[in-house]
Design a protein around this ligand. Structure first.
Ligand code: ZN
Length: 459
């Protein structure tokens, strides 16, 4: 009897966070990515709503990479009764563990603070999940290598293929009842100092594709030139350079680039700090998986030897107090929280200093506000005037731009049958959809939250 294979979009549908795509098949139901919604309040509130599918109908979870908007919902799924396997690559597993522990800690602390000071309508305020939920999740994790086929049933198998976004990140190539389905996760840049370029795929019947920068081109300028210009001009003004960055992935690439510039004498030998306990752990994980990045043993060692990596928050004050020009890399990358805010408070009002934005800045974040040129920003209840230079190097982004994504699609030996665009803001996705249509003539759909599409019918 003919049976349907369909896909249901439970997140990152017409928005950039909350990635969750449920592949429903006659054999098993597979959830690709299990991310949290982040950014503005209306999005974050969605994390509290029940999934539009019964959790006991989900058999397996596969995770493309360790960013919170792709893995941060796992403990909630487990809390709701999920007991199946969660597949990921080995570096992703190590990073996911750090990210989930950090996420649970923040939520427990937020709930505690809300209860203590009574600023909540929910009594008592509860964390989305706890450290205990994270522990229960970790035991379900299964790891495999890239290019290693994992058989989920007689008619379904998948493999991970490196996609150049962060350490351990991969495309998922799924063979399902004779059809090939590609889940892109977040697609990385072609040229990276840290990671190999995204794997070129040859054929696919369906591509579930991210579209974060679907309407944008990163500048073609040499990233190293841009970075040295920002560093040197800040030093010239006797200022401090603050680089808000994702602790996982981007921070390590930035550290490496700064060291390269120092080694080649493009910049003076000023102190460099990376202030993030999570970033410190991520740097160690990088050293553990040499096959997953391009750094030599010496390069990896140099990160530890030449950059002050700050774990303890007591040391943050010491960095703040240190006089003279310096470079500080701190999380979070969109200035939504974390230690970077302590530096922002201290440095943003002085015009000698520079804040360098290097990654995607989601709607509703302080990073987006700075990018749009606001004259003041609010941190911990107080307004600060933006006098520091706000610079941006978009080509430092960990996401491919429109041209790179179009090229990746063009280089398929056989044109993909159909594309579903996810992980993008609506206007951006529409522009990208039109572009794909004009240049490649591929049927492209922009699904909405909880929409389900029939892909094909099995015999
Ligand atoms: Zn990502």
């Amino acid at each position: 009897m003919a049976k349907e294979v369909s896909i249901k979009f439970l997140g990152a549908a017409s928005t950039v966070t909350g990635s969750k795509h449920l592949l429903k098949t006659p054999d098993r139901n597979i959830l690709i990515d299990c991310g949290l919604f982040q950014g503005i309040k209306s999005l974050r509130r969605k994390n509290w709503e029940a999934l539009d599918v019964s959790v006991d109908k989900i058999d397996t979870v596969i995770i493309t990479h360790a960013h919170l908007d792709h893995c941060g919902y796992i403990p909630l799924l487990v809390k709701s009764g999920f007991k199946g396997a969660v597949w990921m690559t080995a570096p992703t597993r190590d990073l996911v563990e750090i990210i989930l522990r950090d996420s649970a800690r923040i939520q427990e602390e937020d709930a505690e603070r809300a209860n203590k000071y009574g600023y909540t309508i929910h009594k008592p305020a509860l964390p989305l999940y706890t450290m205990a939920d994270v522990e229960k999740s970790l035991v379900l994790f299964n790891v495999c290598n890239d290019k290693e086929w994992i058989q989920l049933s007689s008619d379904i198998r998948f493999q991970f293929l490196k996609n150049g976004h962060i350490l351990g990140s991969c495309f998922i190539e799924m063979e399902c009842f004779g059809n090939t389905i590609i889940f892109s996760g977040d697609i990385g840049r072609k040229k990276s100092e840290l990671l190999a370029p995204p794997t070129q795929i040859d054929k696919a019947d369906f591509v579930i594709m991210e579209s974060t920068y679907g309407n944008r081109l990163h500048t073609n300028d040499n990233v190293m030139d841009d970075l040295s210009e920002v560093i040197n001009s800040t030093i010239h003004r006797r200022g401090v350079l603050l680089i808000p960055s994702f602790a996982v992935g981007r921070a390590q690439e930035l550290m490496h680039m700064v060291l390269l510039l120092k080694r080649e004498l493009f910049i003076p030998d000023i102190p460099v700090f990376m202030d993030s306990p999570m970033g410190a752990d991520a740097t160690e994980i990088l050293n553990k998986y040499p096959a997953w990045h391009k750094l030599s043993v010496e390069d990896s060692k140099a990160l530890h030897d030449n950059i002050a990596i700050i774990r303890d928050w007591h040391d943050t004050q010491k960095v703040l107090d240190k006089k003279g020009s310096k470079i500080v890399i701190a999380a979070s990358g969109m200035l939504t929280g974390g230690r970077v805010l302590e530096y922002v408070k201290q440095y943003i009002e002085n015009k000698r200093n520079t804040i360098l934005l290097v990654g995607y800045q989601a709607e509703g974040t302080r990073g987006r506000a700075l990018q749009e040129g606001v004259h003041e920003i609010k941190v911990h209840g107080k307004y600060y005037t933006v006098n520091a230079r706000v610079a941006q190097i978009s080509s430092l982004s960990a996401h491919a731009d429109q041209l790179e994504m179009i090229d990746w699609l063009k280089n398929y030996k056989q044109k993909p049958g159909k594309i579903f665009l996810v992980h993008g803001e609506p206007m951006v996705q529409e522009a990208f959809r039109v572009k794909i249509n004009d240049e490649l003539g591929i049927d492209t759909v922009i699904p909405l939250q909880n929409e389900e599409y029939n892909l094909f019918t099995t015999e």
